[in-house]
Write a protein that binds this ligand. Structure first.
Ligand code: 3HC
Ligand code: NAI
Length: 716
């Protein structure tokens, strides 16, 4: 026995409580502690049955993910099978073992529960096999026991898809045996007594494995879905293979097959990248110098200005999180349009079964439309989302300074403008911050939180915490044109256009990036967002007048001729009424003229060069951003690109990907590009330094982490 698992008794029932906060992960000592507890109670004649429960906020949330890094870097490789031996031993216990689940039983947590003889859960509990989200498959018999409890269809769904299910659904599929209303431990103890000594090993329940004829189409359909929905990912297909093994092999051989597949996935680049993303999403919430001691401002009621594309989406985000919103527009028609779009979006979600009509009505009721500033004085925060123009933003912030109460947060959703200049018109720049949502705001997970030079720590801490409450991943960035994401997007899309000018076809550029794993090619993305958006910004900033630097010409020409992308049914592609892209002869002509103007004889360009040019442009700009301190860590950039720009999570983000390729190689290629294409490709000094020192962006992050920790120590 150890501190991680405690034993106690309630009459004739032995109780094992896992105590490894915050999520009772199966860190070294936890499985061993559970086994020691089971053995202790097996040898105790006064104990008739055993209940396994989680202390604190949850049952076991899975294997300790930090341990995987140790395993892949040459550490303790034997833990996987060791854990299986422990679970098999628990399953063979001579007294009934009952798992009592609250919070989440995920991955190894559900696998532990399935090795018990029975499972009971509170209605709010969730269970799942989320391993594929980390690029691995269940490695402790999840793919073998789950089909025996839930059937092959549900098991492939859960093991390949990775999404958790509710306790009610788990009950329906036989994964749990009873829902406990009220006190979980007492409910589990009562259940244990009812069993009257009867054990039931999951490995022996073969009925739901049925026969090959029934399973074959289920497995084929699952593979089809995985190839479509989890494009390029190896783990979902491996998970299906492992479940198939359960249907064809005896339990122990199936377990062996699962182990082989688990090891293959664990040692893949995809798994290393996805684990980096898992911890990265949590790391971005940690801001050096802003600890838990910084007070947060309660945000219970908000206001949004503008009910356009972004304002409407942002209002939905708050309403979804249960926060009432005042939504202001300039005239009734704009307000009605905005509300109608919100209702349409909600109705679509109801149609798709994401929530009920009643939930939709509740959400809409939280959004109060208005044409005046009445009631703004009671709001804790306002998010401005009017047209992108400095003069208008300044006018609005001047008005907000008058109507908002002291202590309220004044946020702008600007995507390019200087937050400090916007703040300068208020008497309280410390309360001004950028909250840069991504379109569609109610769908995209990213929220760039833009820190102005005067923004207070309290305002930053509040917005970081608020992002989690409104189901966003908040990443703190510095104030510069385009902030982090859009600033990097500029060279990314610039190179896509240059490649077309040099001879690549529009389709070749987009296919290369799509095959690399991007959700969409860069040119198709431009058509979707509207080519005119960038064109107007380039004109506002005077970019098009600077002739000493090579400028991408084609999009400006397309816009001058009225081809703005999907909204005009014509841009890089031609679109039919269903927005299906087709090759555009009109774009061909404009491309041809631009090539002539730039003096290019078209050459053939392969997919590898296309990917290198476009992705390394991201990396080089990312390195500059890091050096300028506009992003705190390389991983912050990775999380921005994965959650805001469709970058494939299994490549870990652009900076992690560069580490995977090797910074020396990336640096060399960037030097080649500088020779071929000029000063736009000057290597970022940080990249040069890291490459020459044989280091990685991950090493850079470690240093940031260490200096943040020592700064905290120095203060305390
Ligand atoms: N291992 C190690 N650390 C973990 C962990 C795990 N399985 N799960 C969570 N943590 C850490 C987080 O990194 C975070 O640390 P920090 O405070 O230092 O940043 C802390 O626990 C709290 O986590 P969250 O902030 O995510 O807490 P939430 O309450 O928002 O969410 C949760 C809780 C739903 C359990 C979520 O943490 C989660 O999804 N965890 C991962 C679950 C998972 O993937 N399990 C499967 C692991 S693989 C496995 O089991 C393989 C097996 O088949 C052998
Ligand atoms: P939009 O044109 O769809 O909506 C702007 C709305 O603001 C219009 O409905 C307009 O009537 C309203 N408005 C203008 N002046 C107003 C005033 N004084 N009071 C109240 N309402 C007023 O614009 P969109 O796309 O929603 O952009 C809004 C902001 O969000 C801009 O700053 C933009 O840069 C930023 N942004 C836009 C993204 C996008 O993809 N569209 C992504 C991220 C940020």
């Amino acid at each position: 026995m150890n501190d991680l698992v405690q034993t106690s008794k309630d009459g004739d029932i032995g109780i094992l409580t896992v105590n490894n906060p915050p999520v009772n992960a199966l860190s070294p000592g936890v499985p061993e502690g559970i086994l020691a507890g089971v053995e202790q109670f097996e040898n105790d004649d006064t104990v008739k049955a055993i209940v396994l429960i989680g202390g604190g906020r949850t049952f076991i949330a899975g294997a300790d993910i930090r341990e995987f890094g140790k395993m892949t870097s040459g550490g303790d490789r034997k833990r996987g099978p060791g854990f299986n031996i422990i679970l098999n031993r628990i399953e063979s216990a001579t007294k009934p073992v009952i798992a009592a689940i609250h919070g989440t039983a995920l991955g190894g947590g559900l696998e532990t529960a399935m090795a018990c003889h029975y499972r009971v859960a509170v209605p709010s509990a969730q269970v799942g096999q989320p391993e594929v989200k980390l690029g691995i498959i269940p490695g402790a018999a999840g793919t073998q026991r789950l089909p025996r409890l839930a059937g092959v269809g549900k098991a492939v769904d859960m093991c390949a898809g990775g999404d958790p299910i509710s306790a009610a659904e788990a009950l329906k599929h036989g994964i749990i045996d009873r829902l406990v209303e009220g006190d979980l431990l007492q409910g589990a103890i009562a259940f244990a007594r009812e069993k009257n000594g009867a054990t039931r090993r999951t490995r022996d329940l073969n009925d739901k494995l049925v026969d090959e004829k029934t399973n074959a189409p289920i497995l084929a359909a699952a593979r089809d879905t995985a190839r479509k929905r989890q494009r390029n990912l190896i783990a979902p297909l491996a998970a299906i293979d492992a479940v198939e093994a359960a249907t064809k092999l005896p339990f122990d051989q199936g377990l062996e097959r699962e182990r082989e597949l688990f090891q293959q996935c664990l040692f893949s680049d995809q798994s290393k990248a996805l684990i980096h993303v898992f911890f990265g999403e949590r790391e971005v919430a940690k801001i050096p110098g802003i600890g838990k001691d910084v007070a947060q401002i309660p945000v219970n009621k908000v206001a949004v200005i503008g009910a356009g594309t972004m304002g409407g989406g942002i209002a939905m985000v708050f309403a979804n999180a249960g926060i009432p919103v005042l939504m202001k527009e300039t005239d009734q028609a704009a307000l009605d349009r905005g509300l109608a779009t919100i209702k349409k979006n909600y109705a679509n979600s109801v149609k798709k079964g994401r929530f009920t009509q009643q939930q939709m009505d509740e959400r809409i009721a939280r959004i109060q439309p208005t044409l005046s500033y009445d009631g703004f004085g009671e709001r804790d925060m306002v998010v401005e989302a009017v047209f992108e123009g400095m003069a208008l933003k300044k006018q609005i912030f001047g008005e907000l300074d008058k109507v908002m109460k002291q202590g309220a947060i004044l946020a702008s959703n600007t995507s390019t403008l200087n937050i400090d200049e916007i703040a300068s018109v208020t008497s309280r720049p410390e309360m001004v911050i950028g909250t840069h949502f991504f379109s569609p705001a109610n769908v995209m997970r990213l929220l760039e939180i833009v820190r102005g030079k005067a923004t207070s720590k309290e305002v930053i801490a509040t917005c970081m915490a608020l992002s989690k409450k409104i189901a966003k991943v908040g990443v703190l960035v510095g104030n510069c044109r385009g902030f982090v994401g859009n600033r990097m997007f500029h060279p990314y899309r610039r190179e896509a256009q240059f490649l077309v000018e040099e001879g690549a076809t529009v389709e070749a550029v987009d296919h290369a990036l799509y095959n690399y794993g991007m959700a969409m090619g860069p040119l198709a993305t431009g058509d979707l967002a509207g080519l005119d958006v960038g064109w107007r910004i380039r004109k506002e900033f005077g970019d098009t007048r600077n002739t000493s630097i090579r400028q991408p010409l084609i999009e400006d020409r397309l816009c001058e001729a009225g081809h703005y992308g999907q909204k005009t049914s014509s841009g890089w592609y031609k679109y039919d009424e269903n927005r299906k892209p087709e090759h555009s002869a009109v774009a061909d002509e404009i491309i041809e003229q631009a090539r002539k103007q730039a003096g290019f004889t078209p050459r053939s360009i392969g997919a590898d060069e296309i990917v290198e040019r476009i992705i390394y442009a991201l990396v080089n700009e990312g390195a500059r951003i890091l050096e300028e301190g506009l992003a705190l860590r390389a991983v912050d950039i990775d999380i921005i690109y994965i959650n805001g720009y469709g970058f494939p999570a299994y490549r870990g983000g652009p900076m992690w990907y560069a580490d995977t390729v090797g910074l020396k190689k990336v640096y060399q290629r960037i030097q080649d590009f500088e020779k071929q294409h000029g000063s736009l490709w000057a290597p970022a000094p940080l990249l040069k330094r890291l490459a020459e020192e044989g280091k990685t962006f991950a090493d850079f992050d470690k240093q940031v982490g260490q200096s943040a920790a020592s700064a905290t120590e120095a203060r305390s």
